[in-house]
Design a protein around this ligand. Structure first.
Ligand code: AMP
Ligand code: MN
Ligand code: MN
Ligand code: MN
Length: 281
């Protein structure tokens, strides 16, 4: 099979959150892979965007401001991607700052939970991996637990320690759905449901979620995602048609060793869908 290659990639991470490459390196790698429009969508943080935009100007790639906001919907953690907003806008920045302070508290509680099962010093260990300490993530915990030999790779750490019901998992109250969408729209951006196929909720719950997302002002869904199966691509294409959502696509690249899908190695969107990038032109 020929290598997939998309000139658009609207979901990826840098060291401003839990990615392994600096924003400049993410942009250069994307350009090298043939991407001409890239959104850097770090978790709950806009810190990488200025450097990414500068590099994008140097290499001739269009950088779209992006963010991936962590929300709590009923009892599920969901991610909402914001694209094309004004990154100076005050309310969005304040909202993201509040989520980040919650992250630090959660990280302390995760380390305490792991300490109780005999894995000590994990907060300090995980922090070594967090170039941006206010954005401490479960991914940083996972990298440290691999380093000390608890599991062979980060995916195994998530399965055994960091997902609901496992000893290092701590329930957390993120932003609400309405807050996240309101902040993105208020900053002039467009709100998109990140990798909808990843959430462990029923189809009935997913439809309820998508209905609420639309009601509060959400505009799009990621149809093609690095973490979607071919069946999930078809399923979310159907939802995009039914709900009238714009369709997005993104690799969700975190780093060369950790991600299954590289920058731009995705796509294409089903042809009849309206791509979210029509909104940027
Ligand atoms: P957090 O935002 O701190 O809850 O961490 C979530 C991040 O952990 C995601 O954005 C992914 O980068 C990573 N992650 C979540 N689940 C897995 C998994 N099963 N395997 C590897 N990484 C994962
Ligand atoms: Mn991540
Ligand atoms: Mn995500
Ligand atoms: Mn992501």
């Amino acid at each position: 099979m020929a290598t997939l290659a998309s000139p658009w990639d609207l979901h990826c991470h840098s060291t401003a959150s839990d990615g392994l490459l600096a924003p400049e390196a993410v942009v250069r790698r994307a350009q090298g892979n043939g991407v001409t429009m890239l959104a850097l969508t770090d978790h709950d943080d806009l810190d990488g965007l200025a450097a990414a935009e500068k590099t994008a100007g140097e290499v001739g790639l269009r950088l779209i401001n992006g963010v991936e906001i962590s929300i709590q919907w009923e009892s599920t953690s969901i991610h909402i991607v914001g694209l094309g907003f004004d990154r100076q806008e005050a309310r969005l920045n304040q909202g993201l700052a509040a989520i980040r302070s919650g992250r630090v508290t959660r990280a302390q509680r995760m380390a305490e939970a792991l300490d109780k099962i005999g894995i000590h010093g994990v907060l300090e260990g995980a922090m070594k991996y967090a170039a941006n300490p206010s954005l401490i993530s479960r991914a940083h915990f996972a990298r440290y637990l691999v380093e000390i030999g608890i599991c062979k790779d980060v995916h195994a750490v998530f399965e055994s320690y960091l997902t609901p019901g496992k000893p290092g998992y701590v329930e957390h109250q993120w932003a609400s759905l309405e807050d996240a969408v309101t902040w993105i729209n208020g900053a002039g951006g467009v709100a998109v449901v990140a990798h909808p196929g990843r959430y462990r909720i029923s189809n009935v719950e997913m439809r309820r979620f998508l209905g609420q997302f639309k009601d509060v002002g959400g505009s799009g869904v990621e149809v093609v995602s690095g973490s979607h199966t071919p069946d999930q691509i078809l399923q979310y294409a159907r939802y995009a048609r039914q709900y009238g959502f714009l369709a997005s696509l993104g690799s969700d690249f975190h780093g060369p060793e950790e991600s299954y899908v590289d920058l731009g190695r995705i796509g294409p969107l089903p042809e009849d869908l309206i791509p979210v990038w029509t909104w940027f032109d």
